[in-house]
Design a protein around this ligand. Sequence first.
Ligand code: SAM
Length: 232
Amino acid sequence: KLSNRLATVVKYIPKGFKIADIGSDHAYLPCHVVAQGLVPFAIAGEVVEGPFQSAKKQVALEGLTEKISVRMGSGLEVISPNEVDCITIAGMGGALIASILDEGKDKLGSVQRLILQPNLSAKSIRTWLIDHHWELVGEEILEEDDKIYEVLIAEKGDPLAPYSNETLESDLLFGPFLKKQKSETFTKKWLNEKKNWERILQQIETASNQGENNPKREELLNKIKMVEEVLN
Ligand code: SAM
């Protein structure tokens, strides 16, 4: 059975789409969607030998070798042009996910949907999407095993559609959909972050008397203010 986190990613895969799951580790996601008959074909990409072998083993174990191609390589280099309609990348930092998309830009021609699950810094992804004409069309936030995860769904379109000019900075940090929904999990996540920032702020202020002009301090104060605004 898939984790709640991966099941949330799966929820957004359109039926019948061919997918590539990048950084697939055990290939649990591709195995699940192919076994369920949700997708006809999947690529599982891995850049590290151990997880690559785990993926091959799992696919063989489930008897899915004809429909799942396990490939060794970094990011989107394992995909040929026009091979898939949808890409999933889950369980990595947002900056790494953004860099994988950036390095693989030329492979995105046939791709209609991206489903991305950053463990942190979803903001890096939102920024990359805007800069590359992908429209964020949905977001989800969920908690599992005391960790909070975000899932971002994007399609080609108007990259600024979900954002408001006056609140762009805050939209990018919190997510335009998530901040509107303002779920319990969302509130929990950002109250936590705020508490961390306040602790760091206090450390900066006790450690130095030049705190006044410290750019880090300004940044923290700004982020704390944004959390207060969004949660009020
Ligand atoms: N996607 C699975 C999930 O969400 O449960 C596995 C997540 S695991 C924490 C991250 C995986 O991404 C690791 O197996 C790692 O080897 C792989 N990875 C990291 N950078 C990668 C890259 N540039 N290309 C392909 N795989 C990568």
